[in-house]
Each structure stands twice: as structure tokens, then as C-alpha cells.
Design a protein around this ligand. Sequence first.
Ligand code: ADP
Ligand code: ZN
Length: 523
Amino acid sequence: METDTSARALHLLQTVFGYPAFRGQQGQIVEHVGNGGDALVLMPTGGGKSLCYQIPAMIRDGVGVVVSPLIALMQDQVDALAEVGVRAAFLNSTQSYEEAARIERLVRTNQIDLLYVAPERLLTQRCFDLLQDSQIALFAIDEAHCVSQWGHDFRPEYIKLSVLHEQFPNVPRIALTATADQLTRDEIIHRLALNDAAQFVSSFDRPNIRYQIVEKTNGRKQLLDFITTEHAGDCGIVYCLSRKKVEETAEFLNEHGVRAMAYHAGMEHAKRADNQARFLREENIVMVATIAFGMGIDKPDVRFVCHLDLPKSIEGYYQETGRAGRDGMPASAWMSYGLQDVVLQRRMIDESEADENFKRVLSTKLDSMLGLCETLSCRRVRLLEYFGEPATPCGNCDTCLIPPVSFDGTVPVQKLLSAIYRCDQRFAAGHVIDVLRGAESERILTWHHDKLSVFGIGADRSEQEWRAILRQVIALGLVTVDHEQFSSLKLTDAARPVLKGGQKVQLRQYQKPVKQKRSSSAP
Ligand code: ADP
Ligand code: ZN
């Protein structure tokens, strides 16, 4: 029985999909689900999740029902399957009643191998009736992390998918995701009642992606430099936090000779769909987008993914950067981040409507992200450790290629903390740095801050250096920014042991941005 399944699976892989062999754990997963087992599959973007349910659905009798939130991509997925002769169809809100009725007839008469359904559709009585009348090979729950309330892709309907198990206890279920931190993993298992499912955790390493995180001085300009020196003519994605910034950045790139388009949820639907189609079709094009763009996009030759703003979490960052280099060829993940990013993200958490518990989770996630940005060791090691995967320095990230210099920052940090304290914790970053550097601004004179003992004690460092120190101090949790009070800087309890002496602080040396030569050897 078992060997029979794997022989049939391999046969389908080769004759239908045209691939010589299974990749990674695909073979084991296909065999397990093909034989009726439940599975939780954690595999990075581009790892080959689709075949893990497509082939078992073909091996088993009946229709394989694929739950997916990606309505916009269902047509493409179905077309791609039809091309290789797999009988696939979808049911979602974009269809006419007649078309849906036609598909339903085909499902009832067992003439469909794979049926893609949006979760809100699946949960209707009409769909349940259909499934009760039909033979079901399996349920595949794609993008299963959408069940996680902590994630940025949360879909409330996903939580209700637990009814599948209750209503169809004998149908195997396979949940798949590219997001794999422990919290999300536990939540998927719990919410979808997958306690007894076999877990298949692939390596999340993407060795062909080179990670780079630079200090933001002039983000757009740095981005342009990066694209023109390292990726001229390549296809890429640039993520920005706001819609406005998406528009501005796309325009800026176009003005400077980089072909760019915009994508965000505020755009007209047709325009958005159009830009997405162009991105998939064309070469030498850059998509500037909010994180609304990208889930399910399968374009193998995306050579770079840039973040102009700090992402909220490592999961988000890793998923977004994972869209680069799906073809396995060298690709880049580049990010610029600065003090403002830290301040802004903290503010978004503080000002969100979420309850305290939720805020705490968001805050922990942000801290991990900041830890990645400020790390003195290999970025990849940090990333993989976050996903619970041991790793050794990779030789293909900025900190491996140009090791950052660290220094004992205790004295400058003490100066900074004192300046914040002497300014009564009522002033924002710019002012405090002016005080440290001994600038005789009007504001300083008005407040007589030139008379403070800390005035000018940091004149030996540039404003940029002080910003870098402040950023790290905020990342370390020694200082917070009070958004209710003109973004004034405040000391936390953690600042005390540093101020009073005793506790040392190791900092990352501010490095003037230097152009990084692209090494010719592929990883
Ligand atoms: P994911 O859903 O995990 O992001 P996909 O299922 O879209 O990944 O697969 C990513 C790419 O890898 C696709 O282009 C797919 O055709 C290809 N692929 C998947 N499995 C194999 C395999 N065994 N051999 C060769 N290519 C594969
Ligand atoms: Zn490295």
C-alpha cells in the first residue's frame, strides 16, 4: 500500500508535472497525506508546497478541496493545472451563479481533482451541502498562518475552519504555511485541531539570498544607489509602510530611470490587478508596494526585495524577502532603517486599539526584529534561530562580508541618558542631540539649555552618530518615546543601572555608508 502510493506519486510528478524528483520533504509528505494522514507543513516560500496537496488529491478518490485566501490567484492556479491536464476549478465570489452551479455539478459527479475555495465561501451552507454530497479526497488549508491572530495576515474565517474536522472526521487535512515561528505553529495546531498531525518542518534557509540592513540616511537615495549599482535591469519588489510612500517612491524611481509601478490596497481594483499582471509578465520592472502585495505571487526571477521601512516582525520580513530568488539564483534582501522607524513602529503599537496582552506580543515581535537589525553577528544565524533552526555564519550577509565594529558604548550612552534626564524628559530626539552637541539653537537658548552641565559634552560625535546610538538605546529598551507628549524621550527603569554605572553597553559602530562591492562568486 505504502510503496504503491509513493510509486504512483513519483509517476504523477514525472508524467504530469514534468519534474524528475521530489524536492526536500515533498515525497514523504505526499506519501503521508496520500495514505490518509493529517499533516502540518512548514516550508519556506518557493519550497514547493503546492505539490504536497496536489499529488495526494490526485492519488486519492474524490476531489481535493483547497482552502485559500488568494482569490485573485485562483484563476492562474487553475489555468496552470489545466495546462498539464489536471481537472481543477475554483469557487469564489468573482463568479456568476451559473458558473458556480456548473462547477458544483462537476464536483458532485466526481469530475474534478482539485477545487480551490475561498474560506468565506467554504463556510456557507450551500458549500457544506455540496461537500456532503461529494467524495472528498482531502482538505488542504493553504496559508494556514492566516489563522493566527498575531500575524499580519489574520483572517477571522480561518478560525472557523475547525468545523472541517468535526463535519468530515475521516477526510485527511494538510495545513501549509511559510510562516513558522513557534507561536504561529502552536496556534495553527490548536485552532485547526491538528494535534495528531505529522509535522514536516523544512529548513527555512534560503542560502542564495544575501541579507543587508543599512542605516537610513536618505532612504530613497540609498535605495536608488542599491538598485542601480547592484541590480540594474533586474526585477524586484520594494516594500514601504504607507500608501503615500509607495506612490512617491515609485515616482521617484521612475524619474531616475528605474521602471517602477505601485501597488497598495487603496488603488482601484483594476489598476492593481493590471500592475500585478505586468509584474508577473515583464522583466526589468520594480514593484513598489505595501505588504498587501505578494502573498502567493510566484515569480521565480525576482532578484531583490527591499524594505524602505522597518517591518513589524521577523515573520513578515522573512516572508517578504523570501519572494526573492525563488529560482535559486543569487538574490538580495536589502533594508534601510533608522531611528524614525523604531519610533514609528513603537508608536503604532502604543496607539493601537489592541489589549495589553496583544500589545505585549507585538512589542516582543518588534524587539526581535530590532535585534536582527542591530546584531553584531550573522543575519542568517539570527533569522534561522528565530525559527528554531540552528545555523552557522553564512558568509553571504552584510555582517559576514563586512563585520560590523562594536565598541564599549557605556560612556556615550551615559551622556545621552543624562542629557535626556537634564532636559526633564520633556524633549524630542533633535533637541536632546543639539544639547549634546552644543548647538546654540534658538530653542536651546530659550530654554537656557546651554547652561546645562551636559551641554556640549557630546560635541565629538556627529548628529548621525548620536541618532545611531539613540536608536540602539531605544531598541535596547533604555529609553522610550512618549507620543502623547511631542515625542519626548523618557528613561525607563532599565536605564538606571547604566546611568549609575556598573552596567556596560556594547554598541554597534556607526559606519558611514559605503558602497558594497558585489562579489562575483555565487554562494
Ligand atoms: P510555495 O507554494 O511553497 O511557495 P510552489 O509550490 O509555488 O512553492 O513551488 C515553487 C516553485 O518550485 C514552482 O515553480 C514549482 O513548479 C517548483 N517546484 C516545486 N516542486 C518541484 C520539484 N520537485 N522539482 C522541481 N521544481 C519544483
Ligand atoms: Zn551571515
